[in-house]
Design a protein around this ligand. Structure first.
Ligand code: SF4
Length: 339
């Protein structure tokens, strides 16, 4: 896969402080993660079990925001593998959104009218334990430049599509050279108006928002929307706020989507503080998703009734423009379903 090998080549030449270096030197050993956080040895067997199913990956810039010797830390819970991930639960499946039924071309998912999703990178900077794509067959959906032509042709001959969404993995894990090439191809398609990027990289490695990224983002004629993925206010440190300011200065609209996660943000105070911090960083709360029933993540589930009650109480604490919309994604539906 060209994108990955290009990244690897760049990572090996990268400066220690560069985002490529940080990406390639993320913590990928559950024992090291537990040791460096001072966790009791009892956490290790479960961490190794979960790691065998979906590998641990935590970049240093995110690791530094996790409290020491605090197993309930809301950032740690998002990245620490657990033995519970091996438990089979009825209704929890490997492809909860049935994306396999919506791939008309390699690397392209077309579920909703007017917009398509492009798998611009098969990797992420962080592996979130609740990820609905933790079983996604990236090897079958990671096009090279030549193979992107099929997806680009699909877009060229489908005038109803006005928005291209870069997704992954994390699309910003791809090199700027690859992304600039892809965006250049996209903006040559006259009926495309918007470029949307779903990413967690500016949050977990804020140095990703560098001059190369801002260069191609600033230059495209497409309207730019970047949807961050932040679940807890502790993820928003000064470096993240700076990264958001750089993106806004490049003309990017910033939104956030969260997932409602047991033990991470399933309290009114956590959700209210998250919305407040997002707005301080120049980001509008957009969606609060209930968990997609992906195999290995059932321990994060918050039942729908409890989710609705939480959001009802949240309204007493926030102005309307800071209220995220509580939604579920149901396979086959024409849009996200409000709860
Ligand atoms: S960054 Fe996004 S795609 Fe990657 S593991 Fe986390 S939730 Fe999944």
């Amino acid at each position: 896969m060209i994108v990955a090998s290009d990244n690897h080549e760049r990572a090996s030449q990268a400066q220690p402080s560069s985002w490529q270096h940080q990406l390639s030197h993320a913590i990928r050993d559950p024992k090291l993660l537990c040791q460096r956080l001072g966790l009791d040895d009892a956490w290790l067997p479960g961490a190794q079990t979960g790691h065998a199913l979906f590998e641990v990956r935590v970049p240093e810039a995110y690791f530094k925001r996790i409290a020491h010797n605090a197993p309930d830390d809301p950032l740690l819970r998002q990245v620490l593998p657990l033995g519970d991930e091996a438990l089979a639960r009825p209704g929890y499946v490997t492809d909860p959104l049935e994306e396999a039924d919506h791939r008309p071309a390699r690397g392209l998912i077309h579920k909703y009218a007017g917009r398509v999703l492009l798998i611009a990178s098969p990797t992420c900077a962080v592996n979130c334990r609740y990820c609905f794509r933790r079983h996604f067959p990236y090897s079958e959906n990671a096009p090279s430049r030549a193979q992107w032509q099929e997806a680009l042709d699909y877009l060229r001959f489908e005038p109803s599509i006005t928005e291209a969404i870069l997704s992954g993995g994390d699309p910003l894990a791809a090199s700027d050279r690859q992304l600039a090439w892809l965006v250049n191809e996209l903006e040559a398609i006259p009926h495309l108006k918007r470029l949307r990027i779903h990413t967690r990289l500016p949050v977990v490695i804020p140095d990703r928002v560098d001059s190369a990224l801002l260069g191609w983002l600033s230059n495209t004629r497409l309207q730019k929307v970047l949807v961050l993925h932040i679940n807890h206010a502790n993820e928003i440190d000064p470096a993240v706020i700076d990264a958001c300011a750089r993106l806004k200065a490049a003309g990017v609209t910033l939104l956030n989507q969260s997932v409602l996660l047991r033990g991470v943000n399933d309290e009114v105070s956590a959700l209210a503080t998250l919305s407040e911090r997002l707005f301080e960083a120049g980001v509008l709360p957009y969606y609060l998703h209930v968990l997609d029933p992906v195999q290995g993540a059932a321990h994060f589930d918050v039942p729908d009734d409890e989710a609705r009650a939480l959001v009802t109480r949240l309204r007493d604490h926030l102005p309307g423009f800071l209220m995220p919309r509580l939604v579920r994604e149901i396979p086959g539906e024409a849009s996200k379903t409000p709860l």
